[in-house]
Design a protein around this ligand. Structure first.
Ligand code: NAP
Length: 324
């Protein structure tokens, strides 16, 4: 990838994905209108890849931002790359299309660029996003991820999404899809948690060998949402080594964390709803980390996961017991 000139990567289905994406997940207490304002700023500063999901419950606001930016002539639909995700309560094959169509309706769009299976772990179908039993525990469901995949292939054939992929899959789960008899389309990408404390080097190597793009989420150390992330987790952007490298390049630790992913061939997402930081996060195409910087950052890996989805550890498709 020539990162100074080439800001997109070609997926295995021929479609292009911009290598830097704007994340739209925010904890519940953040007003949904912030997602609208921030997405418009992101498009104004140059982001063309927008990462969203049915789960985030702000696709109406994000969709309005996209439509406003198309209406004022800043972008055309074909300039944008919009990702949505099929949530865990819709993994039964007969529900997949319904989830995607609900997202499209909220967005006010007639197709998305990418639709991915959010997690391999299914939850009980229904209107509750996190269905819970009397003890307050999440009610899981078991759905063969190959059946979910076939339903997603049909969504692509219907033109509801240009590309299809997965998220939070380990390499064995990717293999299950790749080896599925009658496979029509390979996953184009696997979106996973990835940052210097969890650099996913083995999964990245596996994905590259199968022409699957690895997309990094929580690349800046996550939103630290207490619903998912423990309060004693390490602050990535306070990491002294990232600070030292940033200072040397006259950049910020956040920019170094994003640039690190781009230089190893990872598509990277960055969430910020703050104007200054949204701009800062886009300024990662005009400097380069040295081979030595990259090696030092690789050395920070400690396989630390901000969100390990502990509620699903006994589920047959729990993805994080495998090494990668
Ligand atoms: P992230 O991108 O790692 O970081 C976001 C946090 O860092 C925010 O609290 C943000 O706060 C702060 N921040 C952003 N830029 C900064 C900078 N330059 N300097 C200092 N702080 C900065 O967060 P994430 O939301 O976990 O991941 C990004 C996106 O990935 C999500 O929004 C979502 O689209 C996707 N995602 C997907 C999954 C999945 O299961 N597939 C899971 C998690 C996330 P401010 O807003 O105040 O700047």
């Amino acid at each position: 990838m020539d990162l100074n000139h080439n800001r997109s990567v070609k997926l295995n289905d021929g479609n292009l994905m911009p290598v830097l994406g704007f994340g739209t997940f925010a904890p519940d207490e953040i007003p949904k209108s912030k997602a609208n304002e921030a997405t418009k700023i992101a498009i104004d500063v140059g982001f063309r890849h927008i990462d969203a999901a049915y789960l985030y419950q702000n696709e109406e606001e994000v969709g309005q931002a996209l439509r406003d930016k198309m209406a004022d002539g800043t972008v055309k639909r074909e300039d944008l790359f919009y990702t949505t995700k099929i949530w865990a309560t819709f993994l039964r094959p007969e529900l997949v299309r319904q989830c995607l169509e609900r997202s499209l309706k909220k967005l006010g769009l007639d197709y998305v660029d990418l639709c991915i299976i959010h997690v391999p772990i299914a939850m009980k179908p229904g209107e509750e996003l996190l269905p819970k039993d009397a003890k307050g525990e999440i009610i899981l469901d078991v759905v063969d991820i190959r059946d979910t995949w076939e339903a997603l292939e049909k969504c692509k054939d219907l033109g509801l999404t240009k590309s299809i992929g997965v998220s939070n899959f380990n390499h064995k789960q990717l293999e299950m899809i790749l080896n599925k008899p009658g496979l029509k389309y390979k996953p184009t990408c696997n979106q996973v948690e990835c940052h210097p404390y969890l650099n996913q080097s083995k999964l990245l190597e596996f994905c590259k060998s199968r022409d699957i793009v690895l997309v990094a989420y929580s690349a800046l150390g996550s939103s630290r949402d207490p619903t998912w992330v423990s309060s004693d987790s390490p602050y990535l952007l306070e990491e002294p080594i990232l600070k030292t490298i940033a200072k040397k390049h006259n950049r910020t630790p956040g920019q170094v964390a994003l640039r690190y992913q781009l230089q190893r061939g990872v598509v990277v997402l960055a969430k910020s709803f703050n104007e200054k930081r949204i701009k800062e996060n886009f300024e990662v195409f005009d400097f380069e980390l040295t081979a030595e910087d990259m090696k030092v950052i690789d050395g920070l890996n400690r396989n630390y996961r901000y969100d390990s989805m502990p509620f699903a550890v006994d589920h047959p498709y729990y993805p994080f017991l495998e090494e990668y």
